[in-house]
Design a protein around this ligand. Sequence first.
Ligand code: HEC
Length: 150
Amino acid sequence: MSDANIPPSAPARRGNGSRYLFMGLLGLVVGAVATVMVMRALQQREDPYPHSLMHVMAAHMHALKDNVTQNRCAATDVLPHLQTVRALANDIEPAFKDMRDDPKFAKYASDLRAAIDASLASPPLSCPGVQAVAAKIGQACEDCHKYTNN
Ligand code: HEC
């Protein structure tokens, strides 16, 4: 047996080994920090439902006002907007989970529904009629906004 059969020892890899370990640990730390950031962002993300509901109701109220400005006040121009606002008004309590148990809040929501129901029971037949109906409904919106400071 001679030493010539023993392969020469591999070049030292100590440097690379600790570099991979370092990169691996860095990856874990960055991953952990990123996870915490994403979790925070998810927790803080607001529920879009209540805002969206209000904005869509507002869009249909604006459409009614445009009807008056543009002198388009036939039942076919007006009723779809009233019906949509009426259907959306059913969603106020489900959308505002933190306020729906407040009896005053619920009363304002049902007052709004009553105002729209009244307008649907005797639909406006002229632009001044549409204006009056929109004002009444708008007042019901404002009453609740005053109460909730919005
Ligand atoms: C029963 C109470 C209530 C009624 C009725 C109500 N709202 Fe609201 N509205 C709120 C509350 C509460 C907010 C605040 C939402 C928030 O910031 O979380 C709001 C906010 C809004 C906003 C701002 C949306 C935003 O991004 O914050 C608009 C626009 C709006 N309402 C339109 C209307 C219209 C139009 C009506 C009537 C057709 C109406 N609201 C009826 C309670 C009501």
